[in-house]
Design a protein around this ligand. Structure first.
Ligand code: NAD
Length: 261
């Protein structure tokens, strides 16, 4: 895959799936703007390590995507830090599980802001430059929960289904302009985001973490394996490459068979 000369912004790329996507894009030749909620003292060393490992320039930008103004300004901040953004990966996301009757409104607002509204703001800001250059790749990290439901995930479901719909709409608006817009819909992936759910399941099983993971997988994910974040990274690289130029508006499950059931 040759992404030489392309510049990518990956939101929420200090760890987990976002960092794996950034690493895969750097291996494919792109230079990177990493982003996270963490302070520069934590984020900049991650960018320095990426630059040293792959020989591509990398910068770090901090922004709290729970707030509208930093989300609206993120693309400009990334372009100031490095270069015009050709590849935008909206990956930042948070989770909270709770029955609808007890779901705190503040959690609803936070999940909608970080997991959905931030992608609206970054796409709106990145598209004029992509249009002017006649090339762009937008990859939005949704979830199996953008396609199907599970209990106690009202806000996450609303945000991820919304992200899939928004991505399809923007794909249609940009279809003739050399720009593609797609979602990746991961199943259970081994990151910090799912630790509270593993811990809760393990606690119900007497504290056995491996048993908790086995239970979660048996319930939903037929391959019975937590996905390595690196696999999501490689799928993102594929969607940014020449062979995927005709793929736009899709929501691609990477879910060990979850949504085949
Ligand atoms: N892990 C899974 O099983 C799984 C499955 C499906 C989809 N996803 C999605 O993948 C994406 C990445 O998840 P992950 O598992 O790597 O999570 P993670 O918790 O490991 O990483 C989350 C990232 O989001 C950033 N972030 C958190 N709150 C933020 C805020 N307010 N403003 C800006 N950035 C913020 C953090 O800096 C971090 O880099 C999310 O959108 C998540 O919904 C994860």
């Amino acid at each position: 895959m040759n992404l030489n000369g392309r510049t990518a912004l990956v939101t929420g790329s200090t760890q987990g799936i976002g960092l794996a996507i950034a690493e895969a894009l750097a291996r494919a030749g792109a230079q990177l703007v990493l982003h996270g909620i963490e302070a520069p003292a934590q984020g900049e060393p991650i960018a320095e390590r990426l630059q040293a490992a792959h020989g591509r320039r990398a910068a770090y930008v901090q922004a709290d995507l729970m707030l509208e103004a930093p989300a609206a300004d993120l693309v400009a901040a990334a372009e100031n830090a490095l270069a015009p953004i050709d590849i935008l990966v909206n990956n930042a996301g948070i989770q909270f599980t709770c029955p609808i009757g007890e779901f705190p409104a503040a959690r609803w607002n936070a999940i909608l802001a970080v997991n959905l509204s931030s992608a609206f703001h970054t796409m709106k800001a990145a598209l004029p430059g992509m249009r002017a250059r006649g090339w762009g790749r937008i990859v939005n990290i949704a979830s199996v929960h953008g396609l199907v439901a599970s209990v106690n995930k009202g806000a996450y479901l609303a945000a991820k289904h919304g992200l899939v719909g928004l991505s399809k709409g923007v794909a249609l608006e940009t279809a003739t302009e050399g720009i593609t817009v797609n979602c990746i819909c991961p199943g259970w992936t081994e990151t910090a985001l799912i630790q509270p759910q593993i811990d809760a399941r393990a606690a119900a099983l007497g504290g056995d973490r491996q048993a908790g993971i086995r239970e979660l997988l048996r319930e939903k994910q037929p391959n019975l394996t937590l996905l390595p974040p690196a696999h999501i990274g490689e799928v993102a690289v594929f969607l940014c490459g020449a062979a995927a130029a005709g793929i736009t508006g899709v929501a691609l499950p990477v879910d060990g068979g979850w949504t085949a059931q």
